[in-house]
Design a protein around this ligand. Structure first.
Ligand SMILES: C[S@@+](CC[C@H](N)C(=O)[O-])C[C@H]1O[C@@H](n2cnc3c(N)ncnc32)[C@H](O)[C@@H]1O
Length: 215
């Protein structure tokens, strides 16, 4: 497996990290999906839409304070960044879209839940499922995944050869969508038949990783 380099944490974690009781079960499902994407089902997609339709009105108010922290750190320290189109997978209400657009002026923001997506400010918003990304092969310079399911085959298909994957979990190892970075790396390697490397760091309550193919 490719190399994982951990950078020093520069943004400390404040007291009062929220606890998500659903995290353990959700993490198990997220790992299962990262390793076996063909298990994704219509019922799972419907459950996601139900859950986030309920959460959409309170998402920014409840979570807006801490969610941008790891991605901000990733975008400051995780580069250099390739040019090109960026695909923000599972953009939600667009809490992070502005940060991404500061790096990649052209961002497609994708989400499965209309109630979330309709609140997002992005210029190009697409209602769709990350298991079938709405872009051509090799057409994107970056794919950003902030607390969303990983469909590694689709990410690899969408990325240009020098493209980057930016991964973040706003509550770190306690996030419902957390997948350990070695598992993310290994899923990308299996999907691409290539070696990848990762740089990673903790930031605030969260963590991030930037993953690239080893040339
Ligand atoms: C935990 S929220 C994260 C939202 C945003 N990235 C943020 O950090 O605030 C997960 C989002 O991913 C979306 N999502 C979950 N599964 C998806 C899928 N298969 N395809 C597209 N979006 C999905 C949900 O609808 C929800 O908006």
């Amino acid at each position: 497996m490719g190399q994982i380099t951990e950078l020093t944490q520069v943004i400390p974690a404040a007291p009062g990290k929220p606890v998500r009781p659903e995290a353990a079960a959700s993490q198990q499902a997220s790992v299962e999906l990262a390793l076996h994407p063909s298990t994704w089902s219509h019922d799972q997609a419907e459950a996601v839409v139900r859950r986030y339709t309920e959460l959409a009105p309170v998402w920014d108010g409840d979570r807006g304070g801490y969610r941008p922290v790891p991605l901000t750190d990733a975008l400051q320290r995780g580069g250099p960044w390739p040019d090109g189109l960026c695909l923000e997978v599972g953009c939600g209400t667009g809490l992070l879209s502005g940060l991404i657009q500061d790096v990649w002026p052209e961002v497609i923001s994708l989400d499965l839940t209309w109630a979330m997506l309709t609140r997002a400010p992005g210029r190009w918003r697409v209602l769709g499922d990350a298991s079938r990304l709405p872009v051509g092969d090799g057409s994107t310079g970056a794919v950003v995944l902030a607390d969303v399911p990983l469909f590694a085959g689709e990410v690899v298909r969408a990325l240009a050869p020098d493209g980057v994957v930016v991964w973040s979990n706003a509550l770190g190892e306690d996030a419902p969508h957390h997948v350990p970075i070695p598992t993310v790396l290994s899923a990308l390697e299996s999907a691409s038949d290539a070696q990848w490397s990762a740089r990673t760091a903790h930031a605030g309550w969260g963590l991030w990783a930037v993953l690239t193919r080893v040339s």
